[in-house]
Ligand binder design. Structure first.
Ligand code: LLP
Length: 436
């Protein structure tokens, strides 16, 4: 569900008719605060019996206005860098609700995290454990560590580039090496190895891969217990899907119906469950609004729309062949869609490829899409762009990044200014460096 809807042939975000934003220069990201809020609260409701710590994956969408709002609703944060630690602390998230994953934590990032008193390090390798342990010991601070385990479970429908649960990858420790890891490090006084973390990929389109991976983890927790290692936390990661087309992902209740009963017995035994949802909260809460620059006729039935946005602002189609529903912001009554389908059923549609201005042949937002007839200056909405959209944007081809706006009912707030040409050079300099 989300609060982007067509009414009488015009797109609304909550109570705002996008026509009223026609004076605002495109491209821009537009978020619906009440979609974020409802997603978070409904996700929480679906898993309420487990009483999990829900840590929003900051990497999906990191504007402070959004993080602050989620923090006010009680969200913790799943972070993967010193930068995300900074953002989450600026957003007012209590540090003990922060889990820090990521395979390349630097000594500086580890120090910052210890100084701010984060709740958990999700440790990805043995050398990383040793480094964090040493720094914690040096500071005389006791920290919690969850060992990221590679359960060798994944969803075969997940794109190869976003599958993380496979054996032998860069993430986590393979299952068969976990007992030895606990034997070697499970008794540290400074980095308490008190939990297990998994994150098997993104998105995971059904509950089954989770249940297979969780079953292995429960078995592992039992075996570790027999060896005297008590597990207090199980973090089952993120990956819950989002609706790139209507109804494409399971509901939160559907995930929960399979996952929660598996976890309930261990939760009842005192193991705290942690979850790291990202796109399921943020993806459908944002769109990217772009203007058509040109419509280029290639042959009798092929037209290419060239827009003022592309892979530099939303890289998912170019990088993963990801599909985003795209539709004019003001298509008129005859094309007022009620359902988002990549193959919409209307009379009078035309087939288009939708391309960006970047000098790369992969710079398409979509190919072979049926749309109402489109003309230069029309605005298009690229849906389900709230996750891995703005955060993955770049200045490639010296294109400034777009602005971000947020709607809360009938109020529109600018939450990130559009970059300008000055921003393209603001960090460039001409300074001779004296080497030691
Ligand atoms: N936890 C960990 C440890 C993760 O690595 C990720 C995502 C998440 C949670 C959140 O996953 P989510 O719930 O959002 O699916 N750029 C790609 C996705 C990369 C995912 C990276 N890790 C895309 O646009 O599809």
């Amino acid at each position: 569900m989300d609060y982007f809807k067509y009414k009488n042939g015009r797109l609304f975000c909550e109570e705002i008719d996008l026509d009223r934003m026609s004076g605002i220069k495109t491209p821009f990201y537009l978020y619906s605060w009440n979609t974020f809020k409802e997603h978070f609260l409904r996700f929480k409701e679906s898993f309420k019996e487990l009483d999990p710590l829900i840590c929003f994956a900051v990497k999906t969408c990191n504007n402070l206005a959004i993080l602050k709002g989620l923090a006010r609703l009680g969200a913790g944060m799943d972070i993967v860098s010193g930068g995300e630690l900074f953002l989450s602390s600026r957003a007012g998230v209590p540090a003990d609700r922060v889990v820090y994953a990521g395979v390349g934590k630097t000594a500086e990032e580890i120090e910052l995290s210890i100084d701010s008193g984060i709740g958990f390090f999700n440790v990805e390798s043995e050398p990383e454990f040793i480094r964090i342990e040493k720094i914690a010991r040096g500071k005389n601070k006791i920290m919690n560590a969850l060992l990221r385990v590679n359960p060798d479970e994944y969803d075969k429908n997940t794109h190869d580039k976003t599958t993380t649960g496979k054996k032998g990858g860069k993430f986590g420790v393979d299952l068969e090496h976990v007992p030895a890891f606990f034997e070697a490090h499970g008794k540290s006084d400074y980095l308490k190895l008190t939990g297990i973390h998994i994150h098997i990929g993104s998105p995971i389109y059904s509950a089954e891969p989770y249940t297979r991976a969780i079953t292995k983890m429960i078995d592992l927790i039992g075996k570790l217990g027999e060896k005297g290692f008590t597990i207090k936390y199980l973090d089952i990661g993120g990956g819950y899907a989002a609706d790139y087309e209507d109804g494409a992902s399971p509901s939160w209740d559907e995930y929960s119906e399979s996952i929660a009963p598996l976890l309930q017995p261990i939760a009842d035994n005192g193991i705290k469950i942690i979850m790291e949802p990202g796109r399921t909260i943020s993806a459908n809460a944002g769109i990217l609004v772009t203007s058509v620059q040109y419509v280029k006729k290639v042959d009798q039935d092929r037209n290419i729309i060239i827009t003022d946005t592309g892979m530099h602002h939303l890289i998912r189609p170019a990088l993963y062949n990801a599909n985003h529903f795209i539709w004019p912001a003001n298509p008129g009554e005859a094309f007022s869609v009620t359902e988002r389908r990549f193959d919409p059923d209307f009379d009078g549609l035309m087939e288009y490829d939708i391309a960006g201005p970047i000098c790369e042949s992969s710079d398409y937002l979509a190919k072979g899409r049926k749309l109402p007839p489109v003309a230069p200056a029309d605005r298009l909405a690229v849906f389900t762009a709230g996750a891995y959209g703005m955060v993955m944007s770049s200045q490639y081809n010296a294109q400034p990044r777009p602005a971000e706006y947020m709607v809360d009912e009938d109020k529109v707030t600018l939450i990130r200014e559009r970059e300008n040409y000055g921003d393209l050079i603001s960090k460039q300099c001409d300074r001779v460096i004296t080497l030691g």
